[in-house]
Design a protein around this ligand. Sequence first.
Ligand code: F6P
Length: 543
Amino acid sequence: MDRIEQAWNELAAHAARLRARHLRELVHDGAARAQRLVLQLDDLRLDLTREKLDGPALDALLALGRAVDLAGQREAMFAGEAINLSERRAVLHVAARDPGGDYRAQGVPVSAAVAQALDRCLAFADAVRAGRVAATDGRPYRDVVSIGIGGSDLGPAMATQALAPYHDGPAVHYVANVDGAAIHDTLARLDPATTLVIVQSKTFTTLETMTNARAARAWLAAALGAERAAAQLAAVSTNLEATRAFGIDDARVFGFWEWIGGRYSVWSAIGLPLAIAIGGAGFRDFLAGARTLDAHFRDAPPERNLPVLMGLAGVWRRNAMGCSSVAVVPYDQRLARLPAYLQQLTMESNGKRVTRDGRPLARASCPVVWGEPGSNAQHSFFQLLHQGSDVIPVDFLLAAEPTAADPAHHALLVANCLAQSQALALGLDEAAVRANLARTGLDPAEIDRLAPQRTFPGDRPSTTLLYRRLDPASLGRLLALYEHKTFVEAALWQVNAFDQWGVELGKALAGALAPLVAGGDASGADPATAGLLAHLRRLRETP
Ligand code: F6P
């Protein structure tokens, strides 16, 4: 048996041992356990004490990390080797947030180009904010519409909402869905004369984005004429030929490179709408926050390394505890879009069924990731988290200081967050439930009836991330933490976290189906599709 399989077997033995121990007991295992499972980087505290882990299990996970050469894989990424094997590309989003660095992509120096591109992009953002880059009638832009999808939307959209208190530039709106309702409802509220449209697409071929971009260009042209419309367009793309063909002047096109994947691109010019919202200085703080985490990921020993431990805990949840779903619950309203952002980051990266070199995986990879801000979530899906038949681990995120005015609200928010992780871990056993009900004077038959309904099994794991406040630097740090956690999980699962072939088939089929939807001959379609198309036509034809 090879070293890696041996390490997995070792892990299984610890899993069996720990499955037999309730978190109620584990959390009282003492200071030594807590010391291993609580980590801190500046004000950011990672608390894993409510995971079903202990020192020996952690040692087994660290041994698995050594067996797969996690450290070597990490160095290969930072060294700009072509670790995205299926696309033969380097993976250097870390270079995008370090303009003063000295990175190379497959041997070619890139940091000078990163610094130059960042200066140019932020100069444009600040000029838009100051009105030096203005609408064609000379007035400052009041609104910016960012059109993009997936990684060309989720990062800046999520971050713009997260950093609302720092937003002092023009209003920024995001349109992603090809559903015409998205662009229609956005543009309906805006004045074309003072709106800048930024088309965000690495490839500049994505169907959703190009369809929305054409609609926005037509909306501008209808009000301003074609020439002025073109002058109120900008683009972020690596495909200069296509941006030119679309009619966008090179002076308003901001580039990045093939070694930054879409879901890792918020640090590049794809962050332009965010930079327009919060300003160039704020955007540089955002990058600096991510850099502190990069340095930590690279330099801290594995057992004190936040993304390493989070990644190990993720693999533990999935493979040792058998959890196929994970909830992300920010007790931080402005992180409302974080779960959606993390869905792409983690599931597009690690939702894979073969290894980097094409062998079927021996065990499960990425779980389903979902979530909503607490405390709203408490009043929707927390019932299932506490008493449902599946155990779903939760990531809780919490700021010590509110970014919105009222401290009384924040105190209640904190109390709720702490209460939920406590309730999930400790639960309330039947004996305690019965005792509580007896104290209220209920008769024994009524207690028998209610006790099973009101019992909380507990033993449900969670991780808590606690930080001082949500600001550009702490947001950058948080996103980099999740990026590297995703990297660690990929390393352990031995998958390529940087390609996404799984999205291609649906794209190709949609292209082939579009003419059939428009009325073409559907006789060659499979029976289910043909049936749905026929019903669609009937509905359209009958008033
Ligand atoms: O959905 C697949 C995908 O390629 C994502 O990885 C990417 O973030 C998104 O489409 C958008 O791609 P582009 O920036 O090229 O429009």
